[in-house]
Ligand binder design. Structure first.
Ligand SMILES: [Zn+2]
Length: 290
């Protein structure tokens, strides 16, 4: 697929901005796991395209931890609901320095699972407490499972890990629709469900405000800015969209802090974005006075 992308890019520059790997995690593990993808990811990253991996939905957090360790720096990670199974995984996401992009609706519609032990989220495989490596069975070579692991399928938005990860662990999180044709939902409709408005979509009901605080306007604004931070688009497009979010927030008296807002304010101070003189020898746009 890296060859194919290189060919497409050579024939129609700009036709793709990045690539995503997604699908059944167990099948990916059987096909060699993240290690088998590293080379392709690196080649795509070297072409200047964005890379995104969908992990941590079904196979257990160990799979995502491996992907975070092996895939090229700069890779954007999506889902990651199972990082709730391991404090180490949460710290690994934090150390990436990039927002995690989540799609709570599709996790319910496609059967996202969290592993539990003694009533709390817990990774399902035994890990060496010092190295974090999987502990393998000496005779079979297969990873040893923890005892008393229970699969807990996420049935409601209230029990989705996004809330704990965002509100208690303060992980930077963005939202995505994932694929609306394959169990996903339109971006805006998902936001409505999270905000506790609108009607039930298939089996997914809006957040019940008598159970928990629905997504606030401030949280939505930060999620949108986080998503934009890792969006595969040109800087000037990004800043234009930040401007729209900033205007919306101002109109509705929503006050949040975000590095992109600070950057936007700085650029506004120095003038608006102006297209470079095509004769001046370098492409694109620059922030100029005007
Ligand atoms: Zn996905």
């Amino acid at each position: 697929w890296a060859d194919w992308l290189a060919e497409a890019k050579a024939q129609v520059p700009g036709v793709f901005v990045g690539m995503t790997t997604a699908g059944h995690e167990k099948m990916e593990i059987e096909a060699g796991g993240p290690r088998a993808l590293v080379d392709g990811y690196q080649r795509v990253a070297d072409m200047g395209l964005g890379c995104e991996g969908h992990y941590g939905e079904g196979a257990g957090v160990e799979h995502m931890m491996k992907a975070m360790k092996l895939l090229p720096k700069g890779t954007r990670f999506a889902h990651g609901i199972q990082v709730i199974e391991s404090e180490d995984a949460i710290e690994q996401v934090r150390a990436l320095g990039k927002p995690l992009i989540m799609a709570p609706y599709i996790n319910i519609s496609l059967g996202g699972v969290i592993h539990y032990k003694d009533g709390k989220p817990h990774h399902k495989l035994q890990l060496n407490p010092e190295t974090g490596q999987l502990i393998l069975d000496e005779s079979t070579g297969k990873p040893l499972r923890e005892d008393r692991i229970v699969n807990n399928y996420i049935d409601t938005l209230e029990e989705h890990p996004i809330w704990t990860l965002m509100r208690d662990y303060h992980l930077p999180i963005g939202l995505m629709s994932d694929d609306p044709q394959q169990g996903g939902i339109d971006y805006k409709d998902q936001v409505k469900l999270l905000a506790g408005v609108g009607k039930r979509r298939n089996s997914v009901a809006p957040i019940d405000a008598s159970i928990m605080l629905p997504l606030t306007a401030e949280e939505l604004t930060v999620c949108n800015l986080n998503a934009l931070e890792v969006a595969f688009c040109e800087p000037e497009v990004k800043m234009e969209l930040v401007g729209k979010i900033a205007a919306w927030a101002k109109e509705h008296h929503i006050q949040v802090e975000h590095p992109l807002l600070a950057e936007y304010a700085q650029q506004k101070k120095w003038g608006h974005w102006v297209r470079d003189d095509p004769q001046d020898g370098h492409d694109g746009w620059s922030a100029g006075r005007g």
